[in-house]
Write a protein that binds this ligand. Structure first.
Ligand code: MG
Ligand code: MG
Length: 248
């Protein structure tokens, strides 16, 4: 069931969203060669709690981190730990927070030191594909207009869209209806209505779109070992257009 949100609920979600957006804004300075993913995770947890939020992923189905941290060929759901980031890596941070019962969810892929031109292109295209998807979040459009815009941006650049994981509705639960694939046909899917709040989250690969799960039961990696990037925002559809709740 799709749960539409009132204006008051969207205001509350904006508070949760700002907590997450602040983590992404502040954590940039921590991302450098030599830092461990556990250190980034601790930084994020402290900052969420300082803002009055609760980490949304910690304890979710037994996940032990505040962030999902996915490096290079890791697509999503990487577990923070001893891994040391190295010059030239790209690192995807996915962050969720709960404030007053409402969730915010957003991801960014960051460079570690100096990265290759191809890695930078993958980051730029993934970020752009999210923005192209958000532009379609207009009352009267259809759900897969978002999906098609994301897919078109990624494939036009020669990259592929991960099909095994999708975006989602969000509100009082981290994952609500409807699922939002990052691929699909324009003019299909449910009509977009005011009060629909979605987490749009393209996961874009340099090579194959196929992924596999590591033995840890969480981390998804590209099947060919090539790079993957991930951008996500939580966005409300309003009569005035899309309102991005997780950028500060
Ligand atoms: Mg997320
Ligand atoms: Mg999400």
């Amino acid at each position: 069931m799709v749960i539409l949100k009132s204006g008051a609920e969207i205001k509350k979600m904006a508070v949760a969203g700002a907590v997450v957006g602040t983590v992404h804004r502040e954590i940039v300075e921590q991302i450098k060669p030599g830092v461990t993913t556990a250190e980034l995770d601790q930084f994020a947890e402290k900052l969420i709690r300082k803002q009055g939020g609760t980490p949304a992923f910690k304890g979710y189905r037994g996940f032990k981190g505040t962030l999902c941290i996915s490096v290079n060929d890791e697509v999503v759901h990487g577990i923070p730990g001893d891994r040391v980031l190295e010059e030239g890596d790209i690192v995807s941070l996915d962050c969720g927070a709960i404030v007053d019962g409402y969730f915010g969810d957003a991801a960014r892929t960051f460079p570690v030191g100096k990265i290759s031109a191809q890695a930078q292109k993958l980051i730029d295209v993934t970020s752009q594909s999210l923005n192209d998807g958000i532009e379609q979040m207009l009352v009267g459009n259809r759900l897969h207009d978002i999906s098609a815009a994301v897919q078109n941006c990624a494939e036009k650049a020669g990259f592929t869209v991960v099909k095994d994981f999708v975006g989602h509705g969000i509100g009082r639960d981290l994952h609500e209806e409807p699922p939002v694939p990052n691929y699909g046909k324009k003019n299909t899917g449910m009509k977009l209505e005011p009060g629909l709040v979605l987490a749009i989250e393209p996961m874009i690969n340099e090579g194959t779109d196929q992924v596999r799960l590591l033995d840890d039961g969480w981390t998804a990696v590209t099947l060919d070992g090539q790079l993957s990037a991930h951008f996500e925002d939580t966005i409300a559809i309003t009569e005035e257009g899309p309102k991005i709740l997780t950028r500060v």
